[in-house]
Structure formats: C-alpha cells, structure tokens
Ligand binder design. Structure first.
Ligand code: ZN
Length: 272
C-alpha cells in the first residue's frame, strides 16, 4: 500500500509534468471506484479544467482543478502510472492532460476510492486536516506534538498509534516497522511507558529521519519521473525476515502485531 513517501514522490513528479495543463479528457474505466457521483457528472465537472495543484491529505492525493477537487485514495493495490491517451487498458481511471501526459490509475481489485469535491481547495484541506492526525512532513510535526501523542494514548501500543490516521497521517505498516527499528523500540511498547521513559524525543527523531531519508531515496529511485510505487528494497527490516539486522547482525523476525505482519529485530528493539 502506498504510504506518505510513495505518495509524495508521485505527487511531486506529476506536478512537474502536468501542473498548469488542461484536463482534456477524464475517463472512468470502473464506475464502482467513483464513490460520491456518477461518471457522467464527473466527466462534465472535470473536463476542460486546468490543474492548479496536487495536494496530499494523509494517504490521499487531491487533484485541484480550478473549482473542483478529485480526491484519490489508492487503498491496498492501487497505483499511478504514465500512459498515453490511446492506452488506458486495465486502468480504473485516466486523466488525459495531453498526448503523452495521461495519468492512469490502475487497480486489479478496484478498491481505489475517487471522490469529487466542488469547493475551494484551501477550505477542503483545512476541514480535512482536522479529521487527520499530524503529518510528519508538515510544520505542525515537532517534538511537543509527538510528546502529546504518547501522553494522550498511554495504554495503546506504539505501532497501532503510528498507523492510526487520526493520530499520525500517512504512515502504514512498512514505515511503522522502519521507524520503530530506527528508534530501537519494540512495536508492542505502550505509549505511556515510552512517555515516562523520556522516549518522545527518540520517536520524534526516528519518524522525521526515516520519512525524510526515504523521501530522498525514493525520489532518486523514481529519477524525478516515475509515479508508480517504487521498490522498497532500501528498507532495513520491512520484509527482511531471516536476513541479518543491519545494526547487530541478529536475524530479523516476522510476527503479527496489531493483526499486521511486523518485522523486528528482537535484540535491538526494547519493549517499554
Ligand atoms: Zn538488531
């Protein structure tokens, strides 16, 4: 599932190529993905509008087309890719900004969610931001914010809190594991115990560093152009079970925590 880093890279690379261009044609290949309107209305409202911006709220991207905003949540299997206007095979949706500038949204499971909002984007963003937790790439993300999160959720385990979109925005299973390995904190640690042990600063730095470093790495992997989810082979523990921990050499294990596959070094990561 695309997380904050993947979506930021897709967002930046799409903006570089199509910002300011006119959406010449909007096609829905699978009407089921359009959640709050019908294909005919969507085509009518979106076609011919200029792309003024692409914004991200938590794990969804919003194509801002003058007075209309198309929100796209890729869910588990969705992806973006570049196509051309004649080739939208397998796509659940295509946004045609010119001959070779067509954004295709693909998803074999058709769980992708598209929603249309006819409103000024700043108002939507402001309202939506209130429903979501702090975004690690926003100015609001600072040490007191992380301290507050640990203090307010004393009985919750840290991995669940990191993945709860109403507490922290944009982080999913993969980056939660990477952040906790970086922090040397066991995913089942209670937030209250971390707060009492003075680990808020460690959590803040690990969230910041893991997300920022990954953003740089994935941007490089994408060559400033790809908009599909990039391989995650650069990750330290995620999907590396059986491999040596890069810090201590002990074998990385895979276990179920918060009903998700969790990759962990039992030796490096301390339970609080
Ligand atoms: Zn280790």
């Amino acid at each position: 599932m695309p997380e904050i880093v993947d979506l930021e890279v897709s967002r930046k690379n799409m903006l570089t190529r199509v910002k300011g261009k006119i959406l010449q044609n909007f096609e829905i290949g699978a009407p089921i993905v359009l959640r709050n309107t019908d294909p005919r209305t969507a085509v009518k409202l979106l076609s011919g509008k200029k792309l003024t911006d692409i914004t991200r709220v938590s794990k969804s991207l919003r194509f801002e087309l003058e007075d209309v905003s198309l929100a796209v949540h890729l869910m588990l299997h969705g992806d973006f890719k570049w196509g051309d206007r004649t080739d939208s095979k397998g796509a659940v949706c295509s946004l045609d900004f010119g001959a070779n500038d067509t954004v295709l949204i693909t998803d074999w499971s058709r769980w992708v969610r598209l929603e249309l909002h006819s409103s000024v984007h700043s108002i939507i963003s402001e309202a939506l931001t209130k429903e979501y937790g702090v975004d690690p790439l926003s100015d609001a993300f600072d040490p007191p914010a992380v301290e507050g999160i640990l203090k307010k959720n004393p009985r919750s385990i840290i991995k669940s809190v990191l993945m709860n979109q109403s507490i922290v925005s944009g982080i999913g299973n993969a980056y939660a594991d990477e952040i906790l390995w970086h922090a040397k904190i066991h995913p089942q640690s209670r937030c209250g115990a971390l707060y009492n042990a003075g680990e808020a600063g460690t959590m803040y730095r690990s969230i910041r560093d893991v997300i920022r470093n990954a953003l740089e790495t994935v941007m490089e992997l994408s060559k400033g152009e790809d908009i599909s989810e990039q391989p995650r082979s650069f990750m330290k523990v995620y999907r590396k079970s059986g491999m040596p921990c890069p810090a201590c050499g002990y074998m990385v294990a895979c276990t179920k925590i918060a009903s998700r596959d969790t990759f962990i070094c039992e030796k490096c990561q301390r339970k609080f």
